[in-house]
Design a protein around this ligand. Sequence first.
Ligand code: PDD
Length: 309
Amino acid sequence: MPIETEQKGAGAGAVATQNEKGATQSADGIGYARGRFVALDEPVIPIDERAHQFGDGIYEVIRVYGRRPHLIEAHLDRFERSAAAISLAQERTRGELAQLIDDAIERSGFSEAQVYFQLSRGIVKRDHPFPAVPSHLTMTVRPIDDAKFQGIRERGQRMILAPDIRWQWCYIKSLNLLPNILTKQKALDAGVNDAIFVRDGWVTEGTSSNVGFISGGVLHTHPADEHILHGITRQVVLSLAGQIGLRVSETRFTPESLMAADEVFTMSTVTEIAPVVEIDGQFVGQAALADDSFVRRLQRAYRQTVSVH
Ligand code: PDD
């Protein structure tokens, strides 16, 4: 438990304090780098860090509900798959990493939070070949302001379609997010919430979410192949679909079928399940906003999974 709990109310830039375990924390969150807990603004990463120089690494984002890291096993599974896909060896066992995540949450003192962790190919003089140095794990735990996401979940999002300018291996949760960031900013500059990627005429996913739609009692979403991130929220949604009377189709679909859908939605760890109500200036999926829509039922069913573990 933190000693100086009054720091919790402080705004950005709050001075970091020590809790009873000697961890550095502040109202903004805590960090972990180079094998120790640090203040978020502590300069701990050397210039020669491969994540910094090459984006040579992978990451995960876990939502913490009531101090528990939700769906941690699924996130650790994907972390291991991403690491293996880029031939990145880990120094820690899965159990050690899980323990570190638990410690970080406890030290942060936050019960509603977001854990971000990334693994890079280490700290070593810049050179392209894989180096013979240990990988480097960094982590942050920050409080989550769920009210912002709740608004999106209630009222829905306005989106644009955008070319999927990413590489071929989108199933890897790679640190290289430049196409995602450029496309997100393009959406914000267009005055909407986000963008939906289209590759070769097929809808793939959002800039940081998976996309699904419901028409005629069938939930459609892109197959979990190399062109999308295999979202953990997506997987939960697919497992809940049957319960609320939906059939599932994991086949590619066009922007036209999205525009004509009864309900359109996104899925992600932090935003959970959120309706999409406009695409490229046209109203879409308005049925999703009704109290008894499939999207509303999925939202409620998802929250049930949060409270039952
Ligand atoms: N983004 N697709 C992309 C491209 C994503 O970046 C994400 C998650 C998802 C949804 O995956 P999940 O349900 O496992 O969160 C799909 C995280 C939250 C991020 O980058 O912040």
